[in-house]
Each structure stands twice: as C-alpha cells, then as structure tokens.
Design a protein around this ligand. Sequence first.
Ligand SMILES: *Cc1c(COP(=O)(O)O)cnc(C)c1O
Length: 244
Amino acid sequence: MSDDASAHRRRELADRLAAVHERLADAARAAGRDPSEVALLTVTKFFPASDAVLLHELGCTRFGESREQEASAKIASFRESVTEPVEWHMIGRVQRNKARAIARWAHTVHSVDSVRLARAFEKGTRAALDAGERTTPVRALLQVSLDGDVERGGAVADDLPALADAVAASDVLELGGVMGVPPLGWEPDRAFERLHEVHARLLRDHPAAVELSAGMSGDLEHAIRWGSTCVRVGTAVLGYRPLA
Ligand SMILES: *Cc1c(COP(=O)(O)O)cnc(C)c1O
C-alpha cells in the first residue's frame, strides 16, 4: 500500500473504531454497566494483515478470525510489523483436523461445541505446548445453539453441562464462558436473553466461566443489555467484507 492509501485507511479505521467505542460505551451506560466490562474483539477476517497493524496502532489488542489458513498467514505477516503480544481469537466453525494448527496461535476459541472437538483441542494444545509454540492453556468458550439447529454450529443447552465438564477437566484448556449468535429470523433480544440464561446456569457449576461472547456490528447494543462481556465486531470497524 502507498503511504497515501495507508494514511487514508488509517483515518477511516480510526473514525469507525471511535464510533464503535462510542456505541459500546453508550450501550453499557444504558444498561447500568461500566463500559470497561465489555471488551471489543475486532474481527479482521477477509481483511489484510495491514489493517490489523493499523488497528493495533489505534489501540486494538484482540483480533478475531474465522478460518485457520487465513489466520495463520495473516498472523505471520502481522508479526513482521508488531512484536508486542496481542490476542488472536478463533470465532468460526472448526473442523477437528484444524485444532492442532489453531492451537499454535489462538488465545481463545469461541466455537467449541462438542466433546469430540474439545478433545481435539486438548490434544492439539498439548502438542503445541510440548513444541514450545505456546505457553498457556487455550481458553475455550462453548458455542451455544439457541434454536437447536446444530447444522449452524453450537451445542444445544442440554449438552452443555457435559461439554463444560470435559473442558474444565483438561489441564491444557481453560473454560472461559459461552458464545452465541442469534438464529436467523430471531429478535436479538430474545436470542441474547436465552444466551444469558444458559450462561447463568453454566456459572452455577463453573463460576470462573464469566465470559459472555455476544453481539456483532448490527446487534451489539442488545447483547450488552443482556450481559455481553465481549462483542465481536467486523463490518462496523473494517467495512463490508469482500464476498468469499
Ligand atoms: C464474522 C463474524 C462476526 C463479525 O460480524 P460483523 O457483523 O461483521 O460485525 C462476529 N461473530 C462471528 C462468529 C463471525 O463469524
């Protein structure tokens, strides 16, 4: 990118980021919450490493990606410019055979939705630790299917206790909380209220699993009303994604 193009993109990202921070703070205050309780995860999927570098200059330290290969390449390129540690989060659906590769770079995985996938991450994380590719456990969020349509990802509420126990029993995974996406056609408040209930139930047995990953560009105000501690925002910061 030319210096001009980069400066232009930087201004654009700065403006959009400021607007998102304002939305987030307004929503938190409207819900009687402190804005610092809600973390912003900037979703850089489909956008180049150069955008993540600019966002880092603008203060972002957590980035979300949804595909392993794209993320691995982007992170390698990002690290040529940025040496300070940042968090990369996996937010997309995961095939079990990608767990080992994801365990090389993911601070947190938002999309753990089966015991088999949890076991794949356990194995992959152990291998990554043994190889010196990471030094900390992978933080696992349990993705909840709010409408029971597991084809779209997520575990149904009835299966969560066993899944939570499997993750919590692992010494290389850390049970962080839950993640959810409103089903197509649902009012966001209905979806996030239900997610909030599922999370409250999980917290009874796993009080440290405090993360509630909920809310995207279009519905973050609703999610914050229902207790979101992490909003995953792509479009509102980076613009419309090119079609895959
Ligand atoms: C892409 C994606 C997001 C970001 O969505 P935007 O509407 O662009 O903010 C959030 N969460 C998940 C799981 C995603 O796949």
